[in-house]
Design a binder for this molecule. Structure first.
Ligand SMILES: *Cc1c(COP(=O)(O)O)cnc(C)c1O
Length: 384
């Protein structure tokens, strides 16, 4: 039988390994020249002016929200169909997490629902490019500009994706900042890692300080400068640095991003062709005007029609060495969010209905054509 196919997985080759070994033999292990180079490569890819690499995507979200300097108690809006790190970043910063329901086709935040949630306390919106498909940012940008609301794009799924206009996600064409994640299931990996891109000089300076305890050594920013030992802390920051060891892996992986995305899209095409005529399956929608890097392949399954529960289906597939996962349990249904912010099941019906049928099946570039065929055969065979 096949080796286990998880829903997502990294691809590390000898070039990656040699790159990491090269750093191990050098002078810098933690943040050093490899981080600078990785940041520069992300700028080249996305077209953003600046990049700040950090310890993980969650740290990126945390300090991106903090860098905006929003008064406590104000509100931020995001999608209920995201990983909890997105809405948690609002809570870290003592902002009220508000959700706007998703669009039933894209599974991303619905601009019409978003409009209804905006009020005078709304200070930031965090659109999530779910599964790699870019959100309709031009619409959200116009909405936010009118109301003086900041935008942080959560592009943890979307490195390598392109908007309708053809420009790269991460370039911050429609936002103050964009965050990326390099967790092993994401499109490229640094083991743990994340980054924030921005075109703002001010935010860039702030993010660098927040990444390192809130400390600055920049004479232009300090109140005085008595000598070479001196530094000042102006804000409460963190140790959110990325290590050179990790950054060099990131640069090496970036070199294969186009190949990874191409292979992901080939697999998606094979899945779509196999599943589009199956009446109890809904294949993922891709807006014909965008380019999705496809971090995930989410099938919507009509479990009633096959007379099996999701639990049974997942267990049956696991026995065939096919891993599946559910992206995502709607954030507002988590006990923490219900207890602290008063959300109830039923508040975001589109996300909840989507969740009932969602099933992510294996999608990663290292899958062979035989792997893909094996998945297809066993998914279709669920209804017997
Ligand atoms: C993975 C992920 C994050 C967090 O990234 P980490 O690097 O795991 O901290 C944030 N948002 C979304 C949508 C993600 O998928």
């Amino acid at each position: 039988m096949k080796e286990f196919l998880s829903y997502g997985k990294q691809w590390i080759d000898d070039i990656d390994i040699n790159a990491v070994v090269g750093v191990l033999k050098g002078d810098y292990l933690t943040q050093g020249p490899a981080v600078d180079k990785f940041e520069q490569k992300i700028c080249e890819l996305t077209g953003a002016k600046y990049c700040v690499a950090v310890a993980n995507g969650t740290a990126a979200l945390h300090i991106a929200v903090q860098a905006l300097g929003i008064e406590e108690g104000k509100e931020g809006i995001t999608s209920p169909n995201t990983f909890l790190a997105t809405c948690n970043s609002l809570v870290y910063n003592s902002l009220k997490p508000v959700f706007a329901d998703i669009d039933n086709k894209t599974y991303c935040i619905d601009p019409e629902q978003l409009k209804k949630k905006i009020n005078k306390n709304t200070k930031v919106i965090l659109p999530v490019h779910f599964a790699g498909q870019p959100v309709d940012m031009a619409t959200i940008y116009d909405l936010c500009k009118k109301n003086e609301i900041h935008i942080i794009e959560d592009a943890a799924h979307a490195i390598g994706s392109k908007y309708k206009c053809g420009s790269m996600v991460g370039g911050c064409k429609y936002s103050d900042m964009t965050i990326l994640s390099f967790h092993p299931v994401k499109t490229i990996t640094t083991a743990e890692g994340g980054a924030i891109t921005t075109n703002s000089d001010k935010l860039y300076e702030k993010l660098k300080v927040l990444r390192t305890h809130g400390i600055t050594k920049d004479p232009k920013q300090m109140t005085h400068n008595p000598g070479p030992w001196y530094y000042e802390m102006h804000e409460l920051g963190f140790n959110y640095r990325l290590a050179d060891l990790q950054a060099v892996l990131g640069t090496s992986q970036l070199g294969r991003l186009n190949f990874f995305v191409k292979r992901r899209r080939e697999i998606v095409k094979q899945y779509n062709e196999a599943f589009s005529d199956v009446e109890w399956l809904t294949t993922p929608y891709e807006d014909p005007k965008v380019f999705s890097a496809f971090h995930l392949y989410v099938l919507k399954v009509d479990f009633n029609k096959i007379g099996k529960t999701r639990k049974q289906v997942m267990e049956e597939l696991t026995k065939k060495n096919i891993g599946t996962q559910v992206h995502y349990i709607p954030c507002h249904t988590q006990p923490y969010y219900q207890k602290n912010f008063g959300y109830k099941t039923g508040d975001y019906p589109v996300a909840e209905n989507y969740y009932e049928g969602a099933l992510s099946i294996p999608l990663y570039p290292k899958m062979t054509d035989q792997d893909v065929e094996w998945v297809i055969k066993n998914i279709i065979g669920l209804k017997n």
